[in-house]
Design a protein around this ligand. Structure first.
Ligand SMILES: *Cc1c(COP(=O)(O)O)cnc(C)c1O
Length: 409
């Protein structure tokens, strides 16, 4: 099918992925034999759970009582006035318990693990946000929790390491390679192979082998479901544009999914432009990447001519990963989701601007979406409406920002 008529052809968003976990030419299952059974068992358990009213009611209860859903959709009056164009709304995932959207998925997978009779949880974490969310969910349900984290990240994010430990998690440092997220995922997979009978692996984004990209997406769909209802109540119509930052892609697909079949809603994912699109200086997979396989998944990734994974850079640890979730690659090919990137410098400026104008300190990850949202708001008429997903709060980032701004605390 040619690209020109590809995105005009209607597509049932529920038809993806296929039973093998493919989103068109992306996704799938690329793991050692020893993990095939575990993934199939997980897929079967999830398939039952997603249709089970008992599971869904229990999940809804904990999302409300523990995580703090629904989150507000707030009108950003001063940011809107500053840009002078479209009305800007912020979907406030930053108000959730533990500070970001990640708790939606961590809570749901912990419940699923309990249902499967698995009493031991493992997880990977980069900046520590997914580790903290997982540690909280495990404490809540009395599950043993081991979090793998690159030794370099543990140093950079020592406060999050302490948070996880306070909530009873064991944090294991990984000293291989660059000592960051990629190596932490490798270690978590190794642990899973060894302890697969007792252990569930709570992966933190819409990535990896089937069923993870689909399952994590589903656990974040609530973001878009709420946003749709809220904007209809507030504006009496659907938004013109949705904007979200994209690391693995979970907060973005969570917001977008509900709107995929609404032809008049444009969607933009924002990647980390770092110091600009030069090798090793960014994490904008769609700007500098190509098709390959990494950590169980076929997708767009940053690699050199020999297929070696390139090092990445972003001011925000949560977007600093060489590969992107397969569903995003699929919808980009169809022209349904567009992609942009924001540089570290743009992010630093918008971080301070949003704090000052809105009284909201955004996560550096989410600030990538604010950068793009502001550009777009400026270019649109005043009767247009955009929603920016504020995936997390910036409390975790203030020490790093102070350092960059050369402010002594
Ligand atoms: C982890 C994180 C992200 C990036 O992950 P996605 O799966 O792409 O959503 C974005 N924002 C915040 C606040 C995060 O903690």
């Amino acid at each position: 099918m040619s690209l020109a008529n590809a995105h005009t052809a209607p597509l049932d968003r529920f038809s993806l992925p296929d039973t093998g976990g493919h989103f068109g030419g992306y996704g799938g299952v690329y793991v050692p034999e020893t993990l095939m059974t575990a993934l199939q068992e997980l897929g079967a358990a999830y398939d039952l759970a997603r249709k089970d009213p008992v599971f869904l009611t229990e999940l809804r209860h904990h999302l409300k009582e523990f995580a703090g859903r629904p989150t507000e959709l707030g009108f950003a009056a001063r940011l809107t006035e500053y840009c002078g164009g479209a009305k800007i709304y912020l979907k406030r995932e930053d108000l959730l318990h533990t500070g970001a959207h990640k708790i939606n998925n961590a809570l749901a997978q912990a419940l699923l693990a309990r249902r499967m009779g698995k009493k031991r949880i493992i997880a990977e974490t980069g900046a520590g946000q997914h580790g903290v969310a997982t540690a909280a969910a495990c404490a809540k349900f009395g599950l043993e929790c081991v979090v793998y984290m690159g030794a370099h990240d543990m140093e950079r994010q020592s406060l999050n390491v302490f948070r996880m430990r306070l909530m009873g998690a064991e944090v294991r440092g990984v000293t291989a390679g660059q000592q960051t997220l990629k190596e932490a995922i490798n270690e978590a997979m190794r642990d899973w192979v060894t302890n697969v009978r007792s252990t569930h692996y709570i992966l933190g984004t819409a990535y990896g082998s089937h069923p993870y990209p689909m399952m994590v997406r589903d656990f974040h769909r609530v973001i878009g479901q709420e946003a749709k209802e809220q904007i209809l109540a507030r504006e009496g119509r659907l938004p013109d544009e949705l904007i979200a930052c994209v690391g693995g892609g979970s907060n973005a697909i969570g917001l977008f999914f509900e709107f995929l079949e609404e032809p008049n809603v444009r969607m933009i994912g924002v990647e980390a432009g770092g110091h600009g699109i030069k090798r090793g200086e960014h994490a904008a997979r769609f700007a500098g990447g190509r098709l390959g396989v990494l950590q169980g998944c076929k997708t767009f990734l940053l690699q050199d001519a020999e297929g070696q994974i390139e090092s990445t850079h972003s001011v925000s640890a949560g977007l600093d990963y060489a590969a992107v979730g397969p569903e995003h690659a699929f919808y980009r090919d169809r022209g349904r989701i567009q992609f942009a990137y924001a540089t570290d410098d743009e992010v630093m400026a918008a971080f301070q601007l949003c704090s000052r104008l809105e009284g909201i300190i955004p996560a550096l990850e989410s600030t990538h979406a604010i950068v793009e949202g502001m550009k777009r708001a400026k270019a649109l008429a005043k009767d247009k409406v955009i929603i920016i997903n504020l995936s997390g709060r910036g409390d975790k980032d203030v020490q790093q920002v102070a350092k960059i701004l050369d402010v002594k605390l």
